[in-house]
Design a protein around this ligand. Sequence first.
Ligand code: 5AD
Ligand code: SF4
Length: 447
Amino acid sequence: MEMLNPQYFIETFGCQMNVADSELVAGMLQKCGYSETRDMTQADIIFMNTCAIREKAEETVHHRLDSIQHLKKRKPEMIFGVLGCMAQNLKNDLLESKPYVDVILGPDSYRRIPEIINNRKKQNGHEVDTRLSKYEVYDNLMPSRQEGVNAFVSISRGCDKFCTFCIVPFTRGRERSRSNDSIIGEVKDAVNNGFAEITLLGQNVNSYRTEEGKFPHLLEAVAMVPGVKRIRYMSPHPQDMDDHLLQVMSEHENICNYVHLPLQAGADRILQRMNRTYSKTEFLNLVDTIRKYIPNCSISTDIIVGFPGETNADYEETLEVMNKVVFDRAFMFKYSSRPGTKAAEYTDQVDEDIKQERLARLIDLQQTHTLEANQRHIGKVLKVMVEKESKKSPLQWSGRTEGNMGVIFDKNEEQIKDIVNILIQDAQGVSMFGNRVLEKEMIHEIN
Ligand code: 5AD
Ligand code: SF4
């Protein structure tokens, strides 16, 4: 029986790569004749695109699945699927506790979705596909993007770095890069569809390489696409940052003066056990080099506390690096043991309460640094892209600096996606507040 106006609902957990993957899947479902619904009770397909990075991420998904299983019971013909990293990680085991799940697809299996939908029309039964591919980059698939000013464009998939704490090399497989042409094609397409900001995504975005060139070449090519007002990239690995990349960043106005540079830990001993391939000194030197090329560059980071064997002294070294760099922002995590990774086998795991204590202190310190970093902008004019109406007032806009910080300011004639000059007047929490400075006033000021 053919369905009339079939509908899908996708919920996404985890990182931006997952957001981009969900957009790919949405594009595929639309091609199959499905349209999106925001009401999951109406859906004929429900897909949960999942994350496995920490135990808590998996727990969240488990709870979510349990809390909506009644929808499947009420509507047995519906397709209920688990996609992404947790699907890849748990495979068939997921069915043991969740027999109501119909489809389990790892991150390299999404091309099979149309076929699976067709099969389901003929027969019921589980479909599990968690084969990883050396080649799949989903070229030539058109994503259906979420509305907004920013388009995520995935340029590579997988990871070969094998940091000892990380599950990603196992859930997303070997690293592979998409062709230059298909990326540029997708960027042009995004611009034609009204997106003003492009964020290039990869698990290790700056180890991108094809026969046509490495990451800096690609970044430059993207910067030259007419209509691209802003470019960001996520996440680079410190090991693959080079002068050429910083040179390209400093030469192109539309590449944001912003680097997300995951530190993970400050002590050499821990960095080594994490297999991060750089020392504390090398990281600090890299920060100096970045600031030499791009003096006003914002830098954010990721930090893990309580990695196996981390002593108090090691932890203090992490704080020391933070104090030296003063990151604009940091994403901070307690180490979570992931079965299958090397670090999960280390015998010197850190107690939960110590991890908790270390994390709390780290968060406190970063709060003061974020405020400090934002306060240094007070009295300066920053380029802010208008993103949306402020939640607090319909008379105000909420926008973003190149450094990816939120700025609230009163509305004038500008529109969403405009980049305007904002004189920063105040900083509170993670937000800044300011007023628009018109171009003619700027000239006046300079004169
Ligand atoms: N435990 C805690 N944090 C982790 N991350 C990756 N793996 C783990 C883990 N096992 C963090 C890292 C990474 C970010 C995306 O998640 O800091 O940069
Ligand atoms: Fe993204 Fe990593 Fe989570 Fe997978 S495990 S969704 S790659 S953050």
